[in-house]
Structures are given as C-alpha cells and as structure tokens.
Design a protein around this ligand. Structure first.
Ligand SMILES: [Zn+2]
Length: 314
C-alpha cells in the first residue's frame, strides 16, 4: 500500500486492485497486442486497471500539492481476498472515505452496486440403523435430511431463470451404505448466495427452525452499495462526461474484494475497463478504454480533492 500522506491507513481516496490471476495455459502468459487490444491472462482481470492506477499515482505524485490518495495492490483476490484486502481492512484498519475498485461491472459504462454474499452449510441428519426389510424398526437419516431440505426450499425457492434473489444449490449429498440397510447418518452441503446485508442472519434463523444439526463451512458478506451516495453520483457524472454515454447500474452473482470495504461502511466505486474472456481463454482488454479510464479517474481525483474531501491536509 502506498499513499502520499503519513497517515497511510486513511487516505481520503483509496485505489484498489489485485495482481493475482486464475490459472491458465503457459501461452496465455505471453501477452500480445492485436486490434487495439492486449491479450493475455490477467489483462482484463485486472492488470490493465492496476497499470492505470499506478499511472494516476505517478501523475499525482508530481503535483505540487498531491491529494490524499492511496493505492492498495493485493495478490489473493481470486482465492477469497482474506489475507489481502480482508486483512488490511479488518485487522490493519484501513478506512478510506471512499474506495475505487475497477473489478466489477461489465465495462466503463457500468457501475457495480451489488454482489451476492455467500453461505456454505453442511446439514446433518442422524437416524437409527435397521435391516432394509424392516424399515419400521429403524429411523432413516436420508429421509430425514430430504425432509429438512424440502423445508428449506420453501424459504429459498429454486430459480429457473436469472433473477436478483437469494439462491440455494445442493452441491453434495452423502448417506447410506447398502440398498438393504436403513441409513443412520446422512449429510449434505448447501451453497447459499444472498442479496442483502441482513439476509445471512435471516437464513440462519430459518435453518435453525428446521434443524439444529448443521455447521457453517464458509461465509462472506455481500457487497451492497447505495447508488445515491454522493461519491457514486459524482463519479457517475464525471464518467458520463468523459464517455459521452450514460452509466448503468450492475448487479453480479460473483464476489470481489469490494465486500470487505462495504462491510465496514466504506463506499465503493466498482467498475471495469472494457474487456472480455475473463477467467477463460484469450482474455483481452481494450487499450482505448484504458485511456478513457485514466481520464475518468484523473478528473475524479481532481474533483474529489478540490471538493474538500481531503482528509489529512498538509
Ligand atoms: Zn478480479
């Protein structure tokens, strides 16, 4: 993390990006330029954006009175971000007034304002073993577990199409040893994705209504950004001026490091330089769009610091 002010933990505006990438074939690590695009693993997600933010820092460092601005680059976003942004925000206490994370939305004309939270649960059911020919003497754990699952489905119904709602996927189920045996144990793993900040507690209450035999395997908060926040409105206005195009709001099923800032109440501007094939073959980023992003961020940083948002003036 670099910042122009001595109080590194609290730059007014923090630019954030991650340098790690998802695995790829060796040739994908040999970038090349074609048709005004840079191809290669990590080009769109999100080294191009990091390069632009480094250029912004260099530009601002050369100013006579540099603004309260910081740059945070981490290397574990693709595996959860817990030891990167998670650690820096939760343990080290980084609290900017605003974070800009160009790792959400579809392109520069979109602002991501919502990403789902995640809750992974293991449900267990216990029964009583018996011979399959005399099921009335036992208690079938698999039957019990199916019953619990069906009760939970009433709270989180199956979605047949993409909608901005909570979802639940039954990812794994295990139970029983032989066809002619009444199983005395069964378990299932559920992958629940939720929209709102209060949804996790609500879902856990609903689970407790139907069973007390469960454990939380993993959890992460959602990213929820108020679209009427004045920082968001300012950024939107400036980006629309530079692009000559209206920005649209974007909601995403996936998670990003934005959630760590969102959870401690720091507003996040989340957008993306025009790119495609992220996490796939022939990932690319658009070079013109990198320049547009530079123009937007530069204009935004200037208006941000001249609006008196500067936190630690020298
Ligand atoms: Zn990313």
């Amino acid at each position: 993390v670099v910042s122009f002010k001595t109080n590194t933990e609290e730059p007014a505006l923090l630019l954030n990006g991650h340098l790690d990438v998802v695995p790829a074939k060796p040739e994908d690590f040999r970038p090349y330029q074609k048709d005004n695009r840079i191809y290669g693993r990590g080009s769109g997600d999100m080294k191009a954006a990091c390069a632009v933010m480094i250029e912004i820092m260099k530009k601002m460092a050369s100013e006579e009175r540099p603004p309260s601005l910081g740059l945070m680059l981490t290397t574990d976003e693709e595996i959860g971000g817990f030891n990167g942004v998670g650690y820096l925000v939760e343990t080290r206490g980084y609290r900017p007034e605003l974070a800009l994370i160009p790792d959400g939305g579809r392109n520069l004309a979109t602002l991501a304002v919502n990403e789902k939270g995640v809750l992974h649960l293991k449900l267990k059911a216990f029964g009583k073993a018996a011979h399959g020919s005399r099921p009335f003497l036992g208690e079938n754990a698999v039957d019990k577990l199916i019953g619990t699952y069906q009760e939970l489905r009433k709270f989180i119904p199956q979605l047949r199409e993409q909608k901005w709602q909570n979802t639940m996927n039954l990812g794994k189920i295990q139970g029983g040893e032989a066809t002619n045996k009444v199983p005395d144990y069964a378990e299932m793993d559920l992958d629940i994705r939720f929209v709102g900040k209060e949804d996790k507690d609500k879902i856990l209450r609903q689970v407790r209504e139907v069973t007390s035999d469960f454990e939380i395997l993993a959890q992460g908060p959602p990213f929820v950004q108020d679209e009427n926040d004045h920082f968001i409105k300012d950024y939107q206005r400036i980006a629309e001026e530079v692009l000559g195009q209206e920005l649209s709001l974007y909601r995403s099923e996936g998670a990003s490091d934005a959630r760590f800032f969102s959870e401690v109440g720091v507003p996040v501007i989340s957008t993306k330089i025009n790119c495609d094939n992220i996490h796939a073959e022939r990932e690319w980023v658009d070079i013109d769009s990198m320049e547009r992003f530079y123009d937007i961020v530069l204009a935004f940083v200037r208006s941000f610091s001249s609006n008196g948002a500067e936190k630690n003036p020298k």
